[in-house]
Design a protein around this ligand. Structure first.
Ligand code: V47
Length: 351
């Protein structure tokens, strides 16, 4: 273990085996190592933004076992919003100070490609100053396959219609065996990484998530991080790594045990150490709870995501995030935790 610690202190790269071994360290030693990296990059800043999550449809042709958002037997309430409905939500969000629309939908094969792209265009025309973060690699894969287009063609359409950056959703766990079990038929790991690379080649930024705390092993998590690190070495286009804590209500994935806070914090800390070429680690308060996300700031994370205003995907699976957070609550909590609240735009420019 001493050799691994020395490697971390000397800024040397951590291998898969070493990453897994780091879980054997006690929480505080691990936290100290990750925190040192975090402080070198961001000192005591904790980033957040004012954003609005918009989920315009939950009708999905795919069935991911962990998903409680898409309409199915457990959630029979299908919806697909009209552009007017989306515009009303956006108008209200801007009135409440939103600087970013985070738009993620299900894989809806009843509406056409024009519905997806027309919605981005409508948002950009009506709200030209608002950053649009939209379409996960899973959605891009779905649209390409459904409408006989290449990934490049979908990406061109996104850019033409006003999408500014890509969210990190749909990554789940890259290990093919686990992926096949939890979300068979969804974008493959190779294609998820390829789509992000293609997006980065257009000079655009994106994020990367990892869904953990279900049936994956620690080794699967480190393997996931290393596959991302390899792409980042080539493109430099990822802004943030977001470990999403699995929420287990209203879905088809049978997982008996909760992850302990220790395991969550260790995973955050290890991600800060392994992902040495990622500028940011986001403790997404929606899936970790706000208090653990604040403690995670001592374990490598430097970002909390945003106020969100309304969240449908994780709250459907049990997260207490339906109504978002108020900015003044965020600021008070961050200060109370000993960090400096740092309002940012979607690309981490300080506001
Ligand atoms: O891809 C679905 C996950 C993701 C569950 O890029 C679940 O800034 C936990 O990607 N338990 C969508 N997670 C959310 C997402 C995201 C969120 C915040 C910021 C950014 C960003 C991206 O939610 C999906 C999936 O991995 N998810 N079901 C569940 N039961």
């Amino acid at each position: 273990m001493q050799t691994i610690i020395k490697k971390i202190e000397n800024n040397q790269r951590i291998t898969l085996e070493e990453g897994v071994k780091l879980y054997d360290l006690d929480l505080f030693t691990l936290g100290k190592l990750a925190s040192k990296k975090r402080q070198e990059l961001h000192q005591k800043k904790t980033y957040y933004n004012i954003n609005r999550h918009i989920n315009p449809t939950n009708e999905c042709k795919d069935i991911c076992k962990f998903c409680a958002f898409s309409a199915n037997r457990k959630n029979p309430n299908q919806y697909t919003m009209s552009f007017d409905e989306v515009k009303e939500i956006a108008k209200d969000a801007v009135k409440n100070g939103a600087k970013e629309f985070h738009v993620v939908s299900a894989h809806n094969n009843k509406v056409g490609l024009d519905w997806y792209m027309g919605m981005f265009k409508m948002l950009k025309v009506n709200f030209p100053d608002i950053h649009i973060k939209a379409l996960t690699a899973a959605e891009i894969n779905f649209l390409a396959k459904e409408h006989n287009k290449s990934f490049e063609e979908i990406i061109t359409l996104m850019i033409e219609n006003g999408v500014d950056s890509m969210p990190g959703g749909g990554a789940e766990i890259f290990d093919e065996k686990v992926r096949d079990y939890i979300c068979k038929g969804k974008v493959s790991s190779t294609d998820w990484l390829k789509i992000h690379s293609l997006w980065h080649q257009r000079g655009r930024k994106s994020n990367a998530t990892m869904l953990f705390g279900h049936v994956e092993s620690r080794e699967n998590r480190i393997d996931h991080m290393i596959r991302l690190r390899d792409v980042q070495d080539q493109t430099g286009g990822f802004n943030t790594f977001i470990p999403l804590v699995y929420q287990r209500e209203n879905n088809y994935l049978k997982v008996e045990n909760f992850l302990s806070s220790t395991e969550i914090l260790k995973t955050m800390a290890i991600s800060r150490i392994v992902l040495d070429n990622f500028p940011h680690i986001k403790a997404y308060w929606v899936t970790s709870t706000i208090n653990l996300a604040l403690i995670a700031q001592e374990f490598g994370a430097d970002d909390l995501d945003g106020t969100i205003q309304k969240e449908s995907i994780n709250s459907a699976a049990g997260a207490k995030s339906l109504a978002g957070m108020k900015e003044d609550e965020f600021v008070t909590l961050i200060k109370d935790s000993g960090f400096n609240p740092t309002l940012r735009d979607s690309l981490y420019n300080e506001i």
